[in-house]
Design a protein. Structure first.
Lengths: 353, 333
């Protein structure tokens, strides 16, 4: 045993990874395609950013195809052609995201100033210079609308999820189906429903709680489906341990399963909030849009960020449009931070403290 | 032997009652949870009932013309009373508009989404995949008013150029015909905005389905010497096909119900317009929002009826889609 000679540790080879030669080749294909696109745009009447992009795309596919064909024949050529296609698809899919984010920042940050967060629009109109008036009333309104929507929808959503994962009675399939169907309800229909069910027969005027009810309808499916996914991840051992200790189902769900899934359930809530925070159509029908602060959900018109954006956009002057973009920037920051919070919580291990 | 000893044992404990009947607390718990679970049924039922109740008048007076005519006139007499005889409500123009917009959205959005899903599942390195998936999921959380403003202020500029190209080279197809110069705010651009809005949902569902492709079949295809494309064609596409159809229909449902983005981008004119480059059109949802502001109670009933039609349409499309998706997920092929 002792006389085994020590073999020098060879670095494991990865024959599938790209060699420097391959890298040079793919970069030169890109460069060649770019050159072709410049040449074509210069020589022909095709103009504009789109022309560069389209010609570059076609040239890249053709050159790549030919190179692969010469090296390894038709199957390899088709393969790299398809790879080019799907790469282009992801580029096109991501472009709007980048464009939207940069647009919102570039157009919105002019409208950002301190008084935005300290004053409301009670005594200003949307066409006033941007540094007058603010959207603190809209932030308060959106906050209240979302909190009330949460209070209504989170218990229902989580109960639905518990039914689907813990009880699994005979309604499981139908309810699963209905929750999915509910996630497709257009927001305007939710607004119309609350209008028909509450505003017309009962209140006869706009107020905040109606908006919250409509938002809750849109939020329930998101909360229910996300919570269901989370509860599914809780290992059956935990439930069985709870039952084996003599707990009733109620106690094992309430003391074991739900606490274990806590961070996931919070994620579900946050995702639900992110889903409805910017919802505009039902807000326009139901809550009105006063420019003053209103802390009462049950009476009076309630301003909100979507409404602020909408009214500024409708006012149409350059100042108002800048206001709209600033409003969107604030809304987007809220949505992105909610999203990031949901991600961070969701990435934690299920059951971890 | 041991069983004989047990039966002989003198101190036999009293017989326990063993039952599968849940305790009282559990029965209360189950009742609460079940009623919570059934609330989705209740809400959907209430939506249906209230819209039907409010829209019933319109359905009765307009009959089938509500769906087939394109005439929307709410006549109010001088005394401020509603002229029931001369008021006509028909949403055919907006139904066609809804169809056109969502078809454009699907035709443009689906190839991009499916391509992106294939890239993310089978081609992307892990690091890129993570970033891209986060970005696309984030896009799903963007509010629709943002898409609307972006479409109006940013996409409009580029889309004008694309529309002119389409008209120049494909103008002989009636769909792309344009009488007179190009004006902005056409169904074409609204359809593009909707296409971008459905990219996240179609991508994430396609990705989910592609990622369920059985690994052994993928490896078998590679082991037989197939290229990646050959593997996709022989294994992944047949496996995922019907699920992707379901994802596409979910996207279609999303596009059909979109209100604010369409309202912002499109010049809403109440007419049947098949020329997608011409600046007029609309869909049911945006029409409801447009007419709602100054509608009389009588007209609002007609809008409720329109809302009901939209609700039923999206419900059908979504249910079919979910049925297809869930079937793919379970049985495979």
């Amino acid at each position: 045993m002792a006389n085994i000679t020590s073999v020098p540790q060879a670095t494991p080879r990865k024959p599938w990874s790209a060699s420097p030669k391959d890298r040079i080749k793919s970069v030169s294909i890109l460069v060649a395609a770019a050159l072709v696109s410049f040449a074509v745009v210069a020589a022909t009447p095709l103009k504009g950013k789109l022309a560069y992009f389209a010609v570059f795309f076609v040239a890249f596919l053709v050159i790549d195809f030919v190179v692969a064909y010469l090296k390894a024949g038709r199957p390899a050529a088709v393969d790299s052609f398809f790879r080019g296609l799907v790469t282009m698809a992801i580029v096109i899919a991501v472009t709007p995201i980048i464009s939207i984010l940069t647009t919102v920042w570039l157009r919105g940050h002019h409208g950002l100033h301190l008084s935005l967060f300290t004053s409301d629009m009670r005594s200003n109109s949307f066409t006033d210079p941007v540094n007058q008036g603010g959207l603190v009333h809209a932030i308060i309104g959106t906050f209240l609308l979302v909190v009330f929507a949460m209070v209504i929808s989170v218990p229902i959503g989580i109960l639905t999820a518990i039914y689907l994962t813990e009880i699994r009675g005979r309604f499981t399939r139908p309810i699963e189906f209905l929750v999915q169907a509910m996630s497709g309800v257009p927001s305007i229909v939710a607004g119309l429903f609350i209008y028909a069910a509450i505003l017309v027969p009962l209140t006869k005027t706009v107020n905040g709680i109606q908006g919250s009810l409509a938002l809750a309808i849109l939020m329930i499916p998101t909360v229910a489906r996300t919570s269901q996914e989370v509860l599914k991840l809780i290992p059956a051992d935990l439930r069985e341990a709870g039952l084996a200790l003599g707990g009733t189902q109620w106690r094992s769900v309430a003391m074991v399963v739900v606490p274990a899934a806590r961070s996931g359930l919070i994620t579900a809530m946050i995702l639900g909030v992110a889903r409805v925070a910017g919802e505009t159509a039902p807000i326009l029908l139901l809550t009105g849009g006063s420019g003053a602060k209103n802390y009462n959900m049950f009476s009076g018109s309630m301003g909100s960020l979507p409404n602020y954006i909408w009214q500024s956009f409708a006012a149409g002057t350059p100042e108002a449009i800048t206001r709209a973009w600033a409003g969107i920037l604030v809304l987007l920051v809220i949505v992105i931070s909610l999203f990031a919070a949901a991600r961070t919580l969701g990435n934690r291990k299920v059951g971890a403290k | 032997m041991s069983s004989a000893q047990v039966t002989k044992s003198p101190a036999l404990p009293e017989k326990r009652v063993i039952t599968t009947r849940p305790r009282f607390s559990d029965r209360v718990f189950r009742a609460i949870v079940t009623s919570g679970g059934l609330s989705s049924l209740l809400i959907l039922g209430l939506i249906l009932a209230f819209l039907l109740y409010n829209g019933f008048d319109t359905f009765r007076t307009q009959g089938i013309h509500f769906l087939t005519s394109s005439n929307w006139q709410a006549v109010v007499s001088d005394a401020g009373k509603v002229d029931v005889v001369n008021s006509h409500f028909g949403i055919a123009a907006m139904l066609i508009g809804t169809l056109i917009l969502s078809v454009i959205a699907v035709v443009v959005g689906v190839p991009i989404s499916v391509g992106a899903a294939i890239f993310l599942t089978f081609y992307a390195p892990q690091s890129i995949k993570k970033i891209m998936v986060t970005a696309i999921d984030l896009m799903a959380a963007f509010p629709s008013v943002l898409f609307g403003l972006w479409g109006f202020f940013v996409l409009e500029g580029s889309a004008e150029y694309w529309a002119k190209l389409l008209n120049k080279y494909l103008g002989w197809i009636p769909l792309f015909k344009l009488d007179g110069p190009y004006v902005n705010r056409s169904p074409f651009i609204a359809g593009l905005v909707l296409a971008i809005m459905i990219i996240p949902i179609v991508t994430s569902i396609s990705r989910e389905i592609f990622s369920q492709t059985p690994l052994d079949r993928i490896q078998a295809a590679y082991a037989l010497g197939g290229t990646r494309f050959a593997m996709l064609r022989a294994v992944a596409f047949p496996y995922a096909r019907s699920g992707i159809v379901g994802g596409v229909m979910l996207g279609l449902g999303r596009a059909m119900g979109e209100t604010v983005a369409v309202y912002t981008v499109l010049n809403i004119v109440y007419q049947v317009n098949w020329h997608i480059l011409f600046s007029a059109g609309g869909n049911v949802a945006s029409m409801i929002l447009l007419k709602f502001g100054e509608a009389s109670p009588y007209e609002i009933k007609a809008l409720m009826a329109a809302g009901l039609v939209l609700f039923v349409l999206t419900l059908i499309v979504n249910s079919l889609a979910n049925l297809i998706v869930s079937r793919t997920g379970k049985s495979g092929r």
